[in-house]
Design a protein around this ligand. Structure first.
Ligand SMILES: Nc1ncnc2c1ncn2[C@@H]1O[C@H](COP(=O)(O)OP(=O)(O)O)[C@@H](O)[C@H]1O
Ligand SMILES: [Mg+2]
Length: 255
């Protein structure tokens, strides 16, 4: 048992065929030799491989244009890989039927740099809308609305419109909305890119808390100080390739 535990926490991208078969059900996300080119021109990702286990917290870093957002888009099947496999929850996303894609996406919460809220709807309505889309019952909606508002510290602000909130609060609404449907994975594309450092810190604290409650988290960020401080696994990309994948900080990279 001890030995197995040791092996299973190893983060080696060059695991042998044996390791793969032993731990094949261990990962919630797996990229296997994924290449993505857009319009047969730009190679955004070049043979990218990594595995993410249930419950992990991962930073995805790299210079602008290195392929970070492409990884997230492949994960939610907004784009399809040109070569290789993107496997989420044991399922190759390329094999999903069109009609199953919405259901598949419910299991993944997505947060963006620019919040992407519905600005003509209140905080509560933004969250309720996400729950209605997935067919939640009235009771579930009531419960989850209260739950996620509390989680992000916005209880009492349910009737505000996004424009009446600060940037940090708007991002918290986006987080609440993403979490309302209880996704197993939360992905965030530069979620603090539009926020001041103090507010950004609060959002990162919240992400850590959400992760502690069991949600797997993948965050694209340029917030070097935070990455260094939190000491999580960091996957670093450069020109569409994984150049480093280990626990720790930015480790000398300067983007
Ligand atoms: N829809 C697209 N069509 C053509 N090229 C794209 C598209 N999306 C991204 N790219 C290109 O793919 C590369 C990786 O982009 P992206 O994944 O957005 O990088 P990052 O998020 O790290 O800045 C860049 O060269 C970018 O210009
Ligand atoms: Mg990007």
């Amino acid at each position: 048992m001890k030995k197995e535990e040791k092996v299973s926490i190893r983060r080696n991208t060059t695991t042998s065929a044996n390791d793969v078969s032993i731990f094949k059900n261990d990962s919630i996300i797996e990229f296997k030799n994924v290449t993505k080119d857009y319009n047969h021109e730009v190679v955004a990702l070049n043979k990218v491989s990594f595995k993410i286990k249930k419950g992990e917290f991962i930073f995805l870093v790299g210079p602008s244009g290195s392929g970070k957002s492409t990884i997230l888009k492949l994960l939610v099947r907004e784009e399809l890989a040109t070569e290789g496999n993107v496997i989420v929850n044991g399922q190759d996303v390329a094999n999903l039927k069109e009609k199953d894609v919405p259901f598949f996406r419910r299991k993944i919460g997505f947060v963006f740099q620019d919040f992407r809220l519905l600005y003509d709807r209140t905080v509560a309505e933004n969250i309720i809308f996400a729950l209605m889309v997935v067919g939640a019952t009235e009771r579930e909606i009531k419960m989850q609305l209260a739950n996620v508002l509390e989680l992000v510290g916005l209880t009492g602000k349910e009737n505000y419109y996004p424009n009446q909130l600060s940037g940090g609060e708007q991002q918290r609404v986006a987080l609440a909305r993403a979490l309302a449907t209880k996704p197993s994975v939360l992905i965030a594309d530069e979620p603090t890119g539009n926020l001041d450092p103090k507010t950004a810190d609060e959002i990162f604290k919240m992400l850590v808390e959400i992760n502690n409650r069991g949600t797997t988290i993948l965050v694209v960020t340029h917030a070097k100080d935070t990455v260094d401080k939190l000491n999580k696994r960091v996957i670093a990309l450069s020109a569409g390739r994984v150049i480093s994948d280990e626990k720790g900080g930015y480790a000398g990279y300067d983007y």
